[in-house]
Ligand binder design. Structure first.
Ligand SMILES: Nc1nc2c(ncn2[C@@H]2O[C@H](COP(=O)(O)OP(=O)(O)OP(=O)(O)O)[C@@H](O)[C@H]2O)c(=O)[nH]1
Ligand SMILES: [Mg+2]
Length: 322
């Protein structure tokens, strides 16, 4: 049986192999993904993000159990940020979600930030497409909300769950603005800890400010939920909010649009890096281009003029620019 047919049959080993090919930029991955593409677009992609140790994996684990109870097949992508904070994150996630290891209705995959050909957001996008084609719905992406990579990943999701916890220093709590704006559901986890009420008030105020700021997605009022993930408290309510967000997106045509937009975004990113790689390869091979670069190094011309000169050299200057 072909890889494509096996993925459509949701064979876990084949799905895992295909994701590996895609990460390694193995051409077999592309070929299979092309054929699988028409079978994608069904899964709700849910980003679960927040500071290190906020309880994201515990929440995801609870959500898996909840979705299984509802008879859904769940895909999970745990992005290891390999940040200084969470060395053993990937191993920890595997152990934590171990109770689902023997369940064929659950597919858990870790993505490492190292050794990504084409970027983490691209690899994560590819992996969501594979899980989607395998019929997993929803697909959960766990990621630490710190770097640009993570912001890019969150923008791939239909629904982003932003997890905060009480009693963390401001420097940890300070979530990147891009992530904050991308959040559609706000969760205060570890609500059993002191400071939960205060955090609730802070987030409420922040959400209020955001709404009065005339957000384009104002039709959706982001719910603010409290959970104790370690005791599965508040998890069914979270699953319900996620389902309501999907209904909201579907009613407004946003569900399909989200996938269309991230497809375009991924395509433009790919195009940008492919074109850039080609131009740089040509420039390195071309004595005249090398001379221009040398002039920049010697500060005899400015970098902006140099770019124009290089574009002209490779016939890439449009009439408007000349
Ligand atoms: N008190 C309390 N502890 C919790 C709660 N949820 C999770 N924890 C604990 O918090 C610790 C971190 O939980 P994780 O689920 O690994 O957190 P994480 O956000 O996935 O962590 P990283 O992936 O390393 O960023 C674990 O020891 C959990 O048992 C909660 O609601 N209350
Ligand atoms: Mg985790």
């Amino acid at each position: 049986m072909s890889v494509v047919a096996e993925v459509l049959e949701a064979r876990i080993a084949t799905g895992a192999r295909l994701i590996r090919w895609l990460e390694d930029a193995d051409p077999r991955g592309r070929t299979a993904l092309r054929e699988l593409y028409p079978h994608t677009g069904r899964a709700q992609v849910i980003g679960v993000t927040g500071p290190p140790g906020a309880g994201k994996s515990t929440l995801v684990d609870g959500l898996i159990a909840e979705y299984r109870r509802l008879g859904r097949r769940v895909g999970v992508i745990a992005v290891d940020p390999s940040s200084p904070f969470s060395g053993g994150a990937v191993l920890g996630d595997r152990v934590r979600m171990q109770r689902h290891a023997a369940d064929a209705g659950v597919f858990i995959r870790s993505m490492a930030t190292r050794g990504q050909l084409g970027g983490l957001a691209r690899s994560t996008f590819d992996a969501t497409l594979v899980l989607d084609a395998m019929g997993y719905d929803p697909v959960l992406i766990e990621t630490v909300g710190v770097g640009q990579d993570e912001v890019d990943i969150i923008q791939l999701a239909h629904t982003t769950v932003l997890v905060s916890v009480p009693g963390m220093g401001d420097e940890v709590q300070a979530i990147k603005a891009g992530v904050l704006e991308a959040g559609q559901i706000f969760v205060i986890n570890k609500a059993d800890r002191p400071g939960a009420d205060q955090l609730h008030r802070q987030l409420e105020m922040m959400l209020h400010l955001r709404e009065s700021g005339g957000d384009a997605s104002a039709a959706w009022h982001p719910p603010l939920l409290a959970t104790v993930a370690s005791r599965d408290e508040g998890v069914p309510a979270l699953a319900e909010s996620i389902a309501r967000h999907r209904e909201h997106l579907e009613a407004g045509g946003g569900f399909a649009r989200q996938l269309a937009e991230r497809s375009e975004q991924i395509m433009l990113g790919e195009l940008r890096s492919a074109v850039t790689a080609r131009i740089i390869a040509r420039a390195l091979d071309d004595p005249q281009a090398a001379a221009i670069i040398e002039k920049v190094r010697e500060r005899r011309i400015d970098p902006y003029t140099a770019v124009d000169a290089l574009l002209a050299r490779f016939d890439l200057v449009t009439a408007a620019q000349t």
